[in-house]
Ligand binder design. Sequence first.
Ligand SMILES: Nc1ncnc2c1ncn2[C@@H]1O[C@H](COP(=O)(O)OP(=O)(O)OP(=O)(O)O)[C@@H](O)[C@H]1O
Ligand SMILES: [Mg+2]
Length: 219
Amino acid sequence: MNDTRQQILEILSGSMSDILARSVLSLSISWSKVDPNNLRHGDDKRLLVELEKGIRLYVRDDALQRTCMEQMQSLLTINGHTRPSPVAEPQIRVPVLTESDIVDARGIGRLVCNKLGFSGAMQIKVATAISELARNIVQYAGKGEIIITTLDGNRRGIEVVARDEGPGIADIDLVMSDRYNSRTGMGIGLKGTRNLMDEFDLKSNPDNGTEIRVRKYMD
Ligand SMILES: Nc1ncnc2c1ncn2[C@@H]1O[C@H](COP(=O)(O)OP(=O)(O)OP(=O)(O)O)[C@@H](O)[C@H]1O
Ligand SMILES: [Mg+2]
């Protein structure tokens, strides 16, 4: 089986974490609208351009970056040329258990914003919101996930869902108010997140845990 997606993943994984590699691949596919398993002449270029953006962002070492790009180039230019099939919008799920998952979720959010054309300041806002939500998962629920979706309808933007099956938030009104005194932190993570984003929706109860859905739009 000549699975080009798998081969691209292997190249990327050589120089970044698995979850970043998977994210760079799925975003590159979505943004180039090219399915690597169904390449047509000319498509390889568009896919390559997107992959290279991700490589430049995540591979710091110059030599490693060059090697990674060269491997990608030779892989994509020897493959067959058939019609590309339409590709669905990407949804990236990041399991969140540790500090490094928080960093990954944050980085993936920034990459999505970057590809959407968000300004640097907006990228940082979204990345900060993701860190706060992910940190709460690790701190209060132990584990959960962050789901990042590109919104490409009439309003372009990004949606982030933070979900866990932890103990839930007993008094939502209280933690969202200025009266709240946190024993574990500054008590401003959720309020800050609400201010940074355009939409903020919090559902929580002790049976199902917590689900926070936020969105930021391009305009
Ligand atoms: N995923 C979650 N599960 C259970 N409880 C949560 C969760 N997220 C937040 N909480 C509760 O809501 C409170 C407010 O969260 P928020 O992030 O605003 O502040 P903090 O985490 O206490 O401090 P900061 O984020 O400023 O360091 C927390 O103190 C915690 O009790
Ligand atoms: Mg917090």
